[in-house]
Design a protein around this ligand. Structure first.
Ligand code: ADP
Ligand code: MG
Length: 291
């Protein structure tokens, strides 16, 4: 496309809610043939809500107080949903030790007595997962939910299913990106495979890679690049900043929590895939549409 048209188009893009950090980013966007996307907060709104709670070895409200006290120290969208739910239920937050973030898994106290996160976190700390617990986890995952398990002193106390809403424009916006010239769309998520595939099934997504650690998202980007792809990665900055930085072009999904999107080359001020597809079309010079 003509550079002059691009400059004018990008000027309009800025006013329509997309920020380009430097002229070279337009050329990178024009070349992108593979779109890799984070799930939580990117394909979904990240405004999560507790959907199911199963209690084990005690009452739900006692355990909820412990869980909420632990999640109060986390910025993860899952944490916010749980803290809100516990407050609504009137569960009193108990006193808990400082927790360490275990990337892609959850939170753990230094002594391992308090664990909050996925099944992998528990098994890594030698906490036994009973058939009842496994059944509760599977039920939540099959509903498309993310799952948070609380283990207190080696015993599972809660299995919480947390749901999220797919952005209403995701299906149309991703389809428009394909029309704009993106050949392949891949979901990269730290969340469980069942829920991830459930969400992808209704969208024009070609491939799902689930249960990835942030470093594994980077590896997935690098692998695609090594195979010749020009990768645009779209993420919200929570657990995916390294992938944003590694991609040929990092697109920050704005509009959510005030997460720093310093590593993004392009920022969608409003979280709309349609805006991104228009920007791709403009960058490719395939359309002169005004934004
Ligand atoms: P995503 O790539 O979808 O943003 P994350 O890497 O943030 O996923 O998290 C992966 C999984 O780790 C979550 O689905 C959850 O089971 C667990 N997890 C991460 N952070 C927390 C937290 N603060 N509380 C509970 N569980 C967590
Ligand atoms: Mg995310």
């Amino acid at each position: 496309g003509a550079p002059v048209a691009n400059v004018a188009g990008i000027g309009r893009a800025a006013s329509s809610g997309i920020l380009f950090k430097g002229g070279a980013t337009v050329a990178s966007l024009a070349k992108a043939d593979t779109l890799m996307l984070d799930k939580t907060g990117t394909i979904t709104t990240g405004k999560m809500a507790v959907h199911s709670v199963a209690a084990f070895n005690g009452t739900a409200n006692d355990a909820l107080g412990t869980l909420a006290a632990i999640e109060a120290g986390s910025v993860h969208p899952l944490a916010k949903a749980i803290v809100q739910y516990a407050a609504d239920k009137g569960a009193a937050e108990t006193s808990v030790p400082d927790m360490e973030t275990i990337k892609g898994r959850g939170l753990a106290s230094a002594d391992g007595q308090y664990l909050v996160g996925n099944a992998r976190l528990l098994t890594e700390h030698d906490v036994a997962i009973s058939a009842d617990v496994t059944a509760a986890v599977s039920a939540a995952q099959e509903a498309g939910d993310s799952v948070v398990i609380l283990a207190d002193h080696g015993v599972v106390r809660l299995v919480v299913g947390v749901n999220d809403i797919v952005r209403p424009d995701a299906a149309a916006g991703l389809a428009a990106l394909k029309r704009a010239g993106v050949k392949k769309i891949v979901m990269l998520t730290g969340d469980n495979r069942t829920a991830a595939e459930r969400i992808a099934a209704d969208l024009p997504i070609d491939e799902v890679q689930a249960e990835l650690l942030p470093a594994e998202k980077v590896e997935a980007v690098k692998k695609a690049q090594a195979a010749g792809a020009q990768v645009a990665f779209v993420g919200d900055g929570i657990n995916d900043a390294p992938a944003l930085a590694t991609a040929d072009i990092g697109v920050g999904m704005g509009g959510g929590t005030a997460v720093a999107l310093d590593t993004a080359d392009v920022v969608l001020v409003r979280p709309q895939f349609e805006t991104l597809s228009q920007a791709v079309s403009l960058a490719r010079g395939t359309t002169s549409v005004t934004m």
